[in-house]
Design a protein around this ligand. Structure first.
Ligand code: SAM
Length: 324
């Protein structure tokens, strides 16, 4: 069935509260699926909806595919499509659907193979949902602070899975922080369709300056690039704004205490974005103003600089000079 037939057949009404905007352009869906290696890989798809992108992923025969979907109705539709062979799981693919909130999902380094090839009986596993995401949301994209407390494994080694997703806009930052900072088992790479304005901010396009979000992602990724813009007309229902697809390749080494310091200090620097970064750091971190002034002087930074004017390298230099 094509997209319109699926929407009609299942009587799908998009739920605004769940950020449901279905991408119905097959060329773009193919392009997203082509942007990372899928064949033979472990793939996680967040928010599959009725399975538009899922279909493209399955056609590329991943080693495993885990779908995480919060909407019961979508899970039911996915299961029906599999039962009706409208969505075909290749025999080489281990497949599971997790019904629940992606922000509570804890990926396992040893995925639990629930379903291989055909059949859907045991495809929903609530067991993989953790106790809670530990997310703290201070309101607004820039103020999100991930919970990095009590990590007992400071250096992360790759667990070798990739994420591909058209995510709900309303949890873009929490998803990025969760998978690139908070979780112990982080993905190697991610391809994410998000609101264009947020994508531009992350890529630091010219009319945006540096942001807490872009700096936090540069800390954990060696590559961040835009794959393609996606106009709003390609969705049903069409959102108010355009989107873009971003690719993230994670740095293999991740030192949690260092990351925590980087995020704490940059977050303090952005605490009042219109004020001088020097005052923000003095007030939020209770550091002596003279010591910070000297650091700024040594790094040839203006004392009047705002947080958004400092790039990733400058921030790492400031943090290094502040010391542990
Ligand atoms: N992937 C589909 C597509 O491309 O057409 C649907 C994308 S739609 C933008 C986002 C999907 O994420 C919806 O299916 C929605 O139900 C699901 N969703 C919303 N909040 C979620 C959450 N917290 N955890 C998991 N899935 C969620």
């Amino acid at each position: 069935m094509n997209h319109l037939e699926i929407l009609r057949y299942y009587g799908i009404r998009a739920q605004k509260s769940l950020g449901q905007n279905f991408l119905v352009n097959d060329e773009i869906l193919e392009r997203i699926a082509d942007s990372i290696e899928i064949t033979g890989k472990d793939i996680l798809e967040i928010g599959p909806g009725y399975g538009a992108l899922t279909e493209k992923i399955l056609a590329r025969k991943p080693k495993s595919l885990t779908l995480i979907e919060l909407d019961k109705n979508m899970v039911h539709i996915l299961k029906s499509r599999i039962a009706e062979k409208d969505l075909i799981i290749p025999p080489e693919t281990t497949f599971q659907i997790v019904e629940g909130d992606v922000l509570k999902y804890i990926p396992s380094p040893h995925p639990n193979p629930l379903l291989k090839g055909e059949g859907i009986k045991e495809s929903v596993s609530p067991l993989l949902l953790g106790e809670g995401s530990g997310v703290r949301w201070k309101g607004g994209i820039l103020k999100y602070v991930p919970d990095l407390s009590d990590r007992d494994v400071p250096r992360h080694v790759s667990t070798g899975y990739s994420i591909i997703a058209n995510i709900p806009y309303y949890i873009t930052s929490p998803i990025l922080f969760r998978f690139l900072h908070e979780l112990e088992h982080k993905p190697d790479e991610m391809v994410i369709l998000m609101q264009k304005e947020v994508g531009d901010k992350i890529c630091e396009k010219k009319w945006y300056h540096h942001s807490y979000l872009s700096l936090a992602l540069q800390y954990s990724c060696e590559t961040i690039e835009e794959i393609c813009p996606v106009l709003k007309e390609n969705f049903i229902p069409a959102p108010k704004v355009d989107s873009s697809v971003l690719y993230f390749k994670r740095k293999q080494e991740y030192d949690a205490p260092d990351a925590k310091r980087f995020l704490n200090i940059t977050s303090a620097g952005f605490s009042a974005p219109r004020k001088k970064v020097l005052s923000n750091l003095t007030n939020a971190l209770h550091l002596p103003k003279e010591a910070l002034s000297k650091i700024f002087h040594d790094l040839e930074l203006l004392e009047t600089a705002r947080a958004e004017e400092l790039d990733f390298r400058k921030w790492t230099e400031i943090i290094e000079k502040i010391g542990k």
